[in-house]
Design a protein around this ligand. Structure first.
Ligand SMILES: NC(=O)C1=CN([C@@H]2O[C@H](COP(=O)(O)OP(=O)(O)OC[C@H]3O[C@@H](n4cnc5c(N)ncnc54)[C@H](O)[C@@H]3O)[C@@H](O)[C@H]2O)[C@@H](O)CC1
Ligand SMILES: Nc1ncnc2c1ncn2[C@@H]1O[C@H](COP(=O)(O)OP(=O)(O)O)[C@@H](O)[C@H]1O
Ligand SMILES: [K+]
Length: 547
């Protein structure tokens, strides 16, 4: 799993490597700066054809030190380089100071104060050509003579940003422009954003197209919406040994999910030649009343496609005809209420082959919904609680206290705030100092309180286990799939998780695998997708994965 580090973890592993004598801080800084330059030429090969111009903004810490290395290396390539420093050179930390002095042998350093950037930015804009425009009017070939371009390098702050920018710096950054230049690079972090939470601490942040980070990405790179302008994300290997602790957050990827043939088929519920449908689990998904059954049907379709052996919709008698006219492979059963009467859930659950439940999509928040949530939780079976079930849990502390370790809660931001108002308040409070309270912190706290897995939705879906394990399923950067934000897609996700629970996945793995596949389906479909398409795309996604 790609490990995502906090600023403190990154600092600790670097300090350990330096203390062990494996590498010096200066060497790490040199590798970092060299990595940035290589990343620039890899991203924009056209810039390697002739020499160009760089404007480098350096900050008062080691991020600024990286900037001085980049400036020196680009100068050695024959580039015209302008360097600005925010802060007092005498107060630079030792490695940054060495690189400031090394740069001083090659060029000047101007103070970064209001007005100092005017000319540099104007000159940069004079010749700037924008790839989007260029593509529309003709071709963009790496051998095209694009004239001298200016590349803007943001090495102001990295993982060390602690507080809001002073007014003079805010003024400078406004001059720098609120828009994104074609060739703009963030060194480690877009300055102004918190590397633990992705939140804006500085009061403003610097836009860029390419972000180059070091050794392994930081948690904040994958949280929140503030990095939407970044088109390319590169990680430079600093080549030193490190181990992380149990707190480390993982970025979900294909290899982590053991979605190879063995991992996929070899679960508690094995899909092999010798098994039959009951070997793959039986999911029960509750539907709401007439006109409200679509959400549960979407979830049911998702559960079936992801491999549950059988899927039954538990419907109130009033919606029986509506549902019956819409389903075929999915079965239907009347579930009036939570009771032990005929058609009561208590009776249905006497069938212990039903091993996974999904409650909430389209359920309603009336008495039937409440009774079903209660009976469902008392059964202690693997259960996904989504949508209306989350509202019911938020309204009733006794019901919330019935949550158990086999549950998965799947709130979006609004539902999360209803369920965990105090946690949401901390999360949504304006960030004023770093490291700021993050969506990872919030989801972990929520999972601990609920005593079960919480999957907090969004392009940055965070999945946390009460024992502290935590991962992010990212639909950002090259995995962006904004068209997934469409009515009903969350219902399908609830169904995917339920289907995997029926197949015997444990709650954490079911939530992680389902979330990852959900985004894969969206990417495979592309813009125009509607929620109904998602389950139908699974066979193609499975085929493409070689399953
Ligand atoms: N530690 C290492 O060995 C390495 C660090 N590297 C770079 O070093 C960076 C981290 O360096 P630092 O820990 O020095 O942190 P930064 O360079 O991000 O900034 C920290 C400095 O800024 C000050 N500061 C924080 N918020 C401020 C604000 N709002 N206004 C004014 N000043 C503010 C702090 O007091 C401190 O002096 C990484 O992001 C990375 O770019 C790389 O060179 C790789 C090696
Ligand atoms: N910008 C986005 N990019 C990618 N995925 C998104 C984005 N916004 C929302 N999603 C995903 O879409 C789904 C929406 O779920 P939800 O809000 O419950 O919708 P609904 O209730 O209509 O089904 C979630 O899986 C969420 O992670
Ligand atoms: K930066």
């Amino acid at each position: 799993m790609t490990e995502l580090l906090t600023a403190a973890q990154m600092r600790a592993i670097e300090e350990a490597a330096i203390a062990s004598g494996e590498v010096t801080g200066l060497e790490l800084m040199e590798r970092a700066g060299r990595g940035v330059v290589e990343a620039i030429f890899e991203e924009w090969p056209e810039l390697a054809q002739t020499s160009h111009r760089a404007v480098v903004l350096c900050g008062p810490g080691n991020n600024g030190g990286d900037g001085f290395v980049v400036a020196r290396l680009l100068k050695e390539w024959g580039w015209e380089v302008e360097v600005f420093l925010y802060g007092d050179p005498e107060k630079l930390p030792p490695d940054a100071k060495v690189n400031y002095e090394r740069w001083g042998e090659k060029g000047e350093v101007a103070p970064l104060i209001p007005g100092s950037l005017d000319q540099s930015v104007d000159r940069g804009l004079e010749n700037a050509i924008y790839k989007d425009q260029y593509d529309a009017s003709g071709t963009w070939e790496s051998e095209t003579n694009i004239g001298q371009q200016t590349i803007f390098i943001d090495a102001l702050f990295g993982t060390g940003l602690k507080r809001r920018f002073e007014e003079d710096l805010l003024d400078v950054l406004k001059e720098w422009g609120d828009y994104c230049y074609e060739y703009a690079v963030a060194v480690d972090m877009p300055s102004g954003l918190c590397s633990d939470s992705g939140k804006c601490i500085g009061g403003h942040w610097v836009f860029s197209k390419l972000l180059v980070t070091f050794e392994t990405p930081k948690v904040g790179h994958f949280l929140g919406h503030n990095m939407y302008d970044i088109k390319s994300f590169k990680t430079v290997d600093l080549n030193f040994h490190w181990n992380t602790d149990a707190d480390t957050v993982g970025l979900l990827g294909y290899t982590d999910l053991q979605l190879d043939k063995d991992g996929w088929f070899d679960n508690g519920m094995q899909k092999t030649l010798r098994t039959h449908k009951y070997s793959h689990g039986h999911a029960l998904i509750f539907a709401g009343g007439p006109g409200k059954t679509g959400a549960a049907r979407l979830a049911a379709r998702g559960a079936l496609r992801i491999g549950a052996g059988l899927v039954t919709l538990g419907v109130p008698p009033s919606a029986q005809m509506e549902v019956a006219s819409q389903v075929t492979a999915i079965m239907l059963r009347r579930v009036t209420d939570g009771s032990g009467e005929v058609d009561g859930l208590d009776v249905t659950l006497r069938d212990d082959r039903i091993n996974a439940l999904c409650i909430g999509p389209g359920l309603g928040i009336g008495a039937r919904g409440e009774a079903l949530v209660k009976t469902t939780l008392e059964g202690k079976r693997a259960t996904v609680l989504d949508a209306d079930a989350l509202t019911l849990l938020a309204q009733d502390k006794a019901l919330f206290d019935c949550l158990h370790k086999n549950c998965v809660l799947t709130p979006h931001g609004g539902e999360f705030a209803r369920l965990f108002p105090d946690i949401a308040e901390k999360l949504n409070a304006p960030a004023t100092k770093g490291p700021a309270y993050s969506k990872v912190d919030a989801t972990r706290e929520a999972a601990k309180r609920a005593g079960c897995v919480v999957l907090f939705k969004g392009p940055d879906t965070v999945i946390a286990h009460p024992d502290g394990r935590c991962s992010i399923n990212s639909a950002q950067y090259e995995r962006a799939a904004p068209w997934l934000a469409t009515a009903g897609s969350g219902d399908v996700l609830a169904g995917f998780i339920t289907g995997l629970l029926a197949r015997g996945f444990d709650p954490m793995r079911a939530a992680e695998t389902a979330a990852w596949l959900h985004v894969e389906c969206a990417r495979s479909l592309g813009p125009g997708l509607i929620a109904e398409d998602l389950p139908e795309e699974l066979p193609k996604v499975f085929r493409d994965l070689g399953l």
